[in-house]
Ligand binder design. Sequence first.
Ligand SMILES: Nc1nc2c(ncn2[C@@H]2O[C@H](COP(=O)(O)OP(=O)(O)OP(=O)(O)O)[C@@H](O)[C@H]2O)c(=O)[nH]1
Ligand SMILES: [Mg+2]
Length: 369
Amino acid sequence: MREDTPPQPPEPPAQMADKEEEPEEQAPPPSPSPTPREASPEGYITGHQLFGYVGIEAVLDQMRRKAMKTGFEFNIMVVGQSGLGKSTLVNTLFKSKVSRKSCTPNYEEKICKTVNLQSVSHVIEERGVKMKLTVIDTPGFGDQINNENCWEPIVKYINEQYEKYLKEELNVNRKRRIPDTRVHCCVYFLPATGHWLRPIDVEFMKRLGLIVSIVPVIAKADTLTIEERLEFKQRIRSDLQANGIRVYPQTEYDEDGEDRIVNDKIREKIPFAVVGTDKEHQVNGNKVLGRKTKWGIIEVENVAHCEFANLRDLLIRSHLQDLKDVTHNIHYETYRVRRLNESNLNGLGLSTLSPVNGAAEKSDSESQL
Ligand SMILES: Nc1nc2c(ncn2[C@@H]2O[C@H](COP(=O)(O)OP(=O)(O)OP(=O)(O)O)[C@@H](O)[C@H]2O)c(=O)[nH]1
Ligand SMILES: [Mg+2]
């Protein structure tokens, strides 16, 4: 760099050239000055060769501090037939170790049939890390005589969130941080019939699997014996495969061998057999979430009793960031490319993206099949 700042008296060009050839006089390597560079056999220079310890790893602390300041947003949706315990599981999730203090009032509130799509948010803070967890509860399907197209309101909702995000991104004055309401994971409830997947579940999951990460669960698993549970899980896995239903975590998104080992273990356990409750009971002097039966208490968070803890750990502890990445890089990206292509084909330009309406969605979801 040339020194042409005001305090320095102008020097003749010859002197400046002399100055540039002086590096030999400077202190040898340990100081972080641009000393002569030695290329490694591979042809690039490593930080170590140049300056000794550089401190690149400090970037992790910087990222951590920034992430802690901004916090995380995570959105889960529960979907399935009416009466399978979706709303109960939402409560279980918030009352369990996900949030130390319950977000629901203390008084006993009966969980009613869900009639509207509704979202419950709760900010959870643990060791300075803030997360806004939103669970979107949906009305169960299967109550109508004709359940054809019962997936439409759900597909519409998911696409509407992508559309909202896309519009924010395309805004000339876009926000520095776009509020993320996209569904990062859809927990799909299967009835514990002990048989096979029902046609309605196949149809529903086929459509959902194209636009969102699905985690299937066996609802009310307390109604199955251990053998029935194992057999049913096996049947569902082969049914999912036979019908080409894509559930999370997909093998094609495993990033490396290490990822594959972890995800294979999860794939072996899917669908998780879960039990939900909103009641606490005393077990050995401890308060535990459980279902009290004539024969004892089924402890929801006890892995020997059911797999609720496995589901919670997958969603919150081990795969939260991956679910967000898959949503952004795969599902949202697919939506974005399709919408932008549509706009270009219609010659409408980006600013005229129309809001998604029911009719458009119908053709959208059908065009993906
Ligand atoms: N045995 C058993 N019963 C459960 C379980 N979870 C919920 N229930 C009961 O099932 C009934 C229905 O639960 P909800 O949570 O309202 O079911 P839902 O899926 O939200 O139903 P919709 O709102 O109609 O879609 C309630 O009486 C719950 O107490 C479970 O894991 N095991
Ligand atoms: Mg409900």
